[in-house]
Design a protein around this ligand. Sequence first.
Ligand code: AMP
Length: 221
Amino acid sequence: MTLLVLLGAPGAGKGTQAAVLRDRLGIPHIATGDLFRAAIREATPVGLEARTYMDAGQLVPDGVTIRMLEERLARPDAANGAILDGFPRTAVQAAALDSFLAGRGSQVDAALLIDVPPDALIERLSGRWICQSAGHPYHVSMKLPAVPGICDLDGSPLVQRADDQPQTIRARLVSQLDDLNAVVEHYRATGALRTVDGLRPIDAVSAGLLDVLEAGTAGAA
Ligand code: AMP
């Protein structure tokens, strides 16, 4: 079982890199943001609860988030591991994940931090668009689709997320950077933290992540 945690602020490129790692490692990419957006589309109780927090650029409470993630990890396709993207976002979630995995004789193998300074994050987030049907990511300056406004992969229209509007971006960053730091410190303490420079082009960041994984879990972050 290979359990990886991808860490980074909103806009650091976690979703893009998770897709690369998923294809290389053959384990599912589990993004709690995607799980919440699916729950909202399906109008489930979790979706109804999550919606108000998400639209306000705040974290959804730990209890509901942890339950949702544990249910997802218990599904058969995650038996050999998973790449977690957007979870854990708080120290409480990190501790809950450790206990859940310990109960299954497992652990977080590596917590991969994609490091991008705040100024660069604001520029990236305000240009981000995703496709309506599956959330495939695009960007006005970094990753354009072949046909304007249309997803290359499934042909659905590209939309801007409600929480990627400029007024919401700063609120998301301020409230989430503190939480991210707490999670980074959690994995520094367990020895699982590995840091990769996220300011480089997408391919170079992917290569850096794969290098770090090949080097194994021994050594310093
Ligand atoms: P993301 O797609 O990862 O940027 O997440 C979008 C939104 O979903 C966040 O701004 C939060 O409101 C919510 N969310 C996603 N993951 C978590 C989490 N692990 N804990 C709390 N809220 C989350």
